[in-house]
Design a protein around this ligand. Structure first.
Ligand SMILES: *[C@@H]1O[C@H](CO)[C@@H](O)[C@H](O)[C@H]1NC(C)=O
Ligand SMILES: *[C@@H]1O[C@H](CO)[C@@H](O)[C@H](O)[C@H]1NC(C)=O
Ligand SMILES: *[C@@H]1O[C@H](CO)[C@@H](O)[C@H](O)[C@H]1NC(C)=O
Ligand SMILES: *[C@@H]1O[C@H](CO)[C@@H](O)[C@H](O)[C@H]1NC(C)=O
Length: 412
């Protein structure tokens, strides 16, 4: 029996957070690194080298292939765009062969398509690939980015001391702010501290950064996705609470559409990145993404979960029998109870789709209002109405996922 439920206004908690008005939902777009790395040989790899052509072409495809329509917005350069020396005026300059038109022209082109433009630098003597870093030039470099009309800055942390980051990242952020141009500020500060055995200061991170990389760089494999999911689950009690509108934990890029993930594994990455309120930065050759993978990347119901206005990061609530169950509180709320996204991820590889049964109360869905369960990867199946004592049984493919929106009943 389900009771009749009454609407209640949600109360958002106010935290001291970076106040640049940006990234109120997790940023969405495309970032070069995982797929294109530091390919600088444009003769051997004319279509893959880090060059203005790559970013123009990708911006075109973001629009023509429908990604922009569903919310992917930022085109972001990673490492290896720079010349090895600063200009005679002390300013950063791009590699002249690969970016002959200059960065401002590239930004203008991307803006002309209605998109936003991001760039990469490093808080250190060099970028990770050995190009000039911002140390000693922070104010100039922040101004250069503003002059180029950059909308997003990723600041890496190679060739620097992790103990200097608590002051250095805020300092660069203050120069970004002083330019008067709103730029999303993506910090790599916690991952370097994590590996140096320093506990990152999340109070400071959300005060100075819009998003931050917590852990390892993603590579193109299922194993890597598992490592990152496990890290976010094991650390959830110390990191999840710090995510919210304007400030996000970042488990790194989406690798869907590349070589390493099967169709089912791609569905898992998309589902869990939605549960984690993660930035959705694709790193793939948009021209070559097969239709069924594109459908995953453009699944509007899943993107809506990722972009949910409450901005609460989800958690792994159970992982018995190699089945991980993740839930994320989402809107709408009724009577002080949330709706939820619910993902069942199979870590099993033993051959057949595995059956798992739980009652909703066991996974924290306790509202007597009940929930309408919609399978987000099978949108044509009939929704099920379930109460807290109902048993939900799912059949999960090996290294696959079953992903639901559980909308609290009456909330429509
Ligand atoms: C950066 O360069 C300065 C000046 O050469 C040097 O003192 C410092 O040790 C370098 N830092 C790192 C982390 O390499
Ligand atoms: C700079 O910081 C102030 C104070 O937090 C904020 O109100 C303003 O919007 C920021 N401006 C930019 C461009 O980030
Ligand atoms: C963490 O950062 C906050 C805000 O910047 C600061 O007030 C606090 O002292 C820092 N905590 C530690 C342990 O350094
Ligand atoms: C996970 O579910 C199993 C039963 O399926 C239960 O025995 C276990 O206590 C649960 N673990 C957590 C952390 O809720």
């Amino acid at each position: 029996m389900l009771v009749i439920c009454v609407f209640a206004v949600s109360i958002l908690t106010i935290v001291a957070a970076l106040d640049n008005g940006l990234a109120l939902t997790p940023p969405m777009g495309w970032l070069a690194w995982e797929r294109y790395r530091c390919i600088v040989d444009c003769e051997t790899y004319p279509n893959d080298c880090v060059s203005e052509q790559l970013f123009r072409r990708t911006a075109d495809l973001l629009v023509s292939e429908g990604y922009a329509d569903v919310g992917y917005e930022y085109i972001i350069i990673d490492d290896c765009w720079l010349a090895h020396e600063r200009g005679s005026d002390g300013r950063l300059q791009p590699d002249p062969q690969r970016f002959p038109s200059g960065i401002k022209a590239l930004a203008d082109y991307i803006h002309s398509l209605g998109l936003k433009f991001g760039i990469y630098e490093d808080f250190g003597n060099y970028t990770c690939a050995g190009y000039p870093g911002v140390v000693g030039h922070m104010k100039t470099d922040a101004q250069t980015f503003a002059d180029w009309e950059v909308d997003y800055v990723k600041l890496d942390g190679c060739y620097s001391e992790p103990e200097d980051m608590d002051t250095g990242y805020p300092e660069f952020g203050s120069y970004l702010n002083e330019t008067g141009r709103p730029m999303i500020y993506s910090c790599s500060w916690p991952v370097y501290q994590e590996f140096a055995g320093i506990e990152p200061n999340f109070t400071a991170l959300k005060q100075y950064c819009n998003l931050w990389r917590n852990y390892v760089d993603i590579d193109d494999s299922w194993e890597e996705v598992e490592i990152i999911m496990d890290y976010f689950a094991e650390k959830q009690d110390s990191i999840a609470e710090h995510a919210g509108p304007g400030h996000w934990n970042d488990p790194d890029m989406l690798i869907i559409g590349n070589y390493g993930l099967s169709y089912d594994q791609s569905k898992v990455q998309m589902a869990i990145w939605a549960i984690l309120a993660a930035p959705l930065l694709m790193s793939t050759a948009l021209r070559d993404v097969k239709p069924e993978y594109k459908d995953i990347l453009q699944n509007k119901a899943i993107l809506a979960i990722n972009q949910d206005e409450l901005g609460i990061q989800g958690r792994r609530v159970n992982n018995t029998g190699l089945i991980d169950i993740w839930t994320r509180p989402i809107s709408p709320e009724f009577d002080g109870e949330y709706s939820y996204a619910v993902a069942f991820v199979s870590r099993r590889i033993d051959g057949y789709p595995y059956l798992k049964s739980v009652t909703l109360a066991e996974i924290g869905l306790t509202s007597a209002c009940g929930y309408e369960f919609q399978d987000l990867y099978s949108p044509n199946t009939q929704p099920q109405i379930l109460g807290p004592d109902s048993v939900l049984t799912v059949r999960i493919n090996p290294s696959g996922v079953v992903f639901y929106r559980a909308t609290i009943v009456g909330a429509r």
